[in-house]
Design a protein. Structure first.
Length: 173
């Protein structure tokens, strides 16, 4: 029998290969100004409209930021690990909108950037803290759908990296 405490969270992950150097991929992926273009709404999941670092904070381990979502939710995040160009990990608690707030009390996202043949692999894993172990059966299909939201985001980051590579740095006459 599985103890109830072991189902108090649920995780998923997705990945994408970006045919560019890791430093470039990391810089574009963690640039907050790209979030509204790359992390968009999908199905029941809100997109990001804006990311604001708290006053005086730079993107670094321990920094705090506000994430404004398209459904009106505002998430207060803490950067748990910022290790360019390898890892970007953050967490939040509270702030989820109904009905998700009935199931989820917190989230931790982790972006891993690995040099591989052909470029950089990004793995985005996400763990939700559940409001109760009893929420687990309801969370399973929602997290399956959420995985599509994550993949859409990574695919958009890949597109942003490739587009930024071909944009001219100065206008041509």
């Amino acid at each position: 029998m599985v103890p109830l405490s072991s189902v108090a969270s649920i995780s998923t992950s997705v990945s994408v290969l970006v045919p560019r150097p890791r430093e470039e991929v990391f810089a574009v992926a963690t640039d907050s100004s790209n979030a509204a273009r790359t992390i968009r709404s999908r199905g029941p999941f809100a997109g990001i409209t804006k990311v604001e670092l708290h006053e005086g904070h730079a993107l670094a381990t321990g920094a705090k930021r506000r994430i404004y979502m398209t459904d009106g939710a505002v998430l207060e995040e803490v950067i748990l690990d910022y290790d360019p160009p390898r890892r970007h990990r953050y967490g939040w608690s509270g702030g989820a909108k109904f009905p998700f707030s009935l199931l989820v009390k917190s989230g931790t996202g982790n972006w891993e950037f690995t040099e591989v043949e052909g470029g950089t692999r990004i793995v985005w894993s996400y763990t939700f803290g559940l409001t109760s172990p009893l929420a687990y059966p309801l969370a399973v299909p929602i997290v399956w759908l959420f995985k599509g939201w994550l993949q859409q985001g990574l695919d958009a980051v890949r597109g942003e990296v490739l587009a930024s590579h071909i944009r001219p740095t100065h206008p041509h006459p």
